[in-house]
Ligand binder design. Structure first.
Ligand code: ZN
Ligand code: ZN
Length: 325
């Protein structure tokens, strides 16, 4: 691997300050859901404390909040892959916030900085920062997955996300973040309790639709930063180690076609080869058909073909034949 040669650009020196209290709060939300999930999963199953209602809450809240991250935080707010009316912007901001991955401001700033320095010094979460030995990569994977969330090398909002910072609607959502977090945890319980008309339904709904869902969405998102920069295929000539990981395509709603994403960050579709499933692109297409999204930056196969390492793969790009003929 030639990766270490990439570690040549200097960081811009900006950093955020995290007080000890902030680090504890981050720790609760980073580790808490996973810990509760691990502790409760087997006993809940063993005692039969899971129903179809709970599964529906898990899948439903997973889909809504994952889309909030992939379509909202990532493709819309960070990269401007499409334009949307105010109502859609607010809905995506609320759903993304419900994934409990931080405010829109900070998420967007960190992710833009990730693209700017991708796998070089300054990248807030490169798995390659400790070197390329087996031990260094293991440490790097842990850092890229969750360790970086406690680091003060994260991007500053003023530098990387002034457009998000200055948007009045998004300011209001950011100010309401604590309430949105509470709603995200409690809502599945309330819905489960109302459907089953029981406190038990409230508790199991809270666990499966709240805790388990938050933990799973967390780890899938974090896997894009860790797994999708180490393992997988790299058909495109990106200047970093971003990769496409097929088995993560469905749980990540199409975000694991990460090698393409790094060569064409504003593209609304990440799964650009035939057969590559990209549910987030499907959601954006649905919004477009409903007139709830416009100016969508759909892939341009001929332009993408120029970025392929093997030009013979070009006909496998969706829409390539139609564009050429
Ligand atoms: Zn990346
Ligand atoms: Zn991105």
């Amino acid at each position: 691997m030639t990766l270490m040669q990439n570690f040549e650009r200097l960081d811009d020196g900006e950093a955020i300050f995290l007080s000890p209290a902030m680090k504890v709060t981050i720790g609760i939300f980073v580790i808490g859901p996973t810990l509760l999930f691990l502790v409760g999963f087997i006993p809940m199953l063993a005692f039969g404390l899971v129903s179809w209602v709970d599964m529906a809450l898990l899948v439903g809240f997973w889909a809504l909040t994952a889309i909030g991250i992939t379509v909202g935080y990532h493709r819309y707010f960070t990269h401007g892959s499409f334009k949307a009316p105010r109502g859609v912007k607010v809905a995506l901001g609320l759903l993304g916030s419900m994934a409990i991955q931080g405010s829109i401001n900070q998420w967007v700033a960190d992710h833009r900085k990730h693209h700017k320095f991708s796998d070089e010094i300054g990248d807030p979460h490169s798995p390659w920062r400790f070197g390329i030995s087996r031990k260094a990569i293991a440490k790097g994977l842990m850092f890229a997955h969750m360790g970086w969330l406690f680091s003060e090398e994260q991007a500053t909002v003023d530098q990387y996300a002034p457009d998000i910072r200055d948007d009045k609607d998004l300011q209001r959502i950011t100010r309401s973040f604590a309430w949105i977090v509470a709603a995200s945890i409690l809502l599945p319980g309330i819905v489960g309790g109302l459907i089953t008309q029981s406190w038990l339904g409230f508790l199991t709904g809270l666990f499966w639709g709240g805790i388990v869902r938050i933990a799973l969405v967390h780890h899938v998102t974090w896997s894009i930063n860790s797994i999708c920069h180490v393992f997988g295929k790299r058909p495109f000539d990106s200047r970093d180690m971003s990769s496409n990981v097929t088995w993560l395509a469905i749980p990540s709603f199409g975000e694991s076609w990460h090698n393409l994403h790094h060569v064409d960050p504003t593209c609304a579709r990440h799964g650009v080869f035939k057969g590559q499933i990209d549910p987030s692109a499907r959601v954006i297409r649905t919004l477009e058909v409903l007139n709830l999204a416009h100016d969508v930056r759909w892939p341009k196969p001929q332009r993408l073909a120029k970025k392929l390492k093997d030009p013979a793969m070009a006909p496998r790009l969706r829409g390539y034949a139609a564009e050429v003929s």
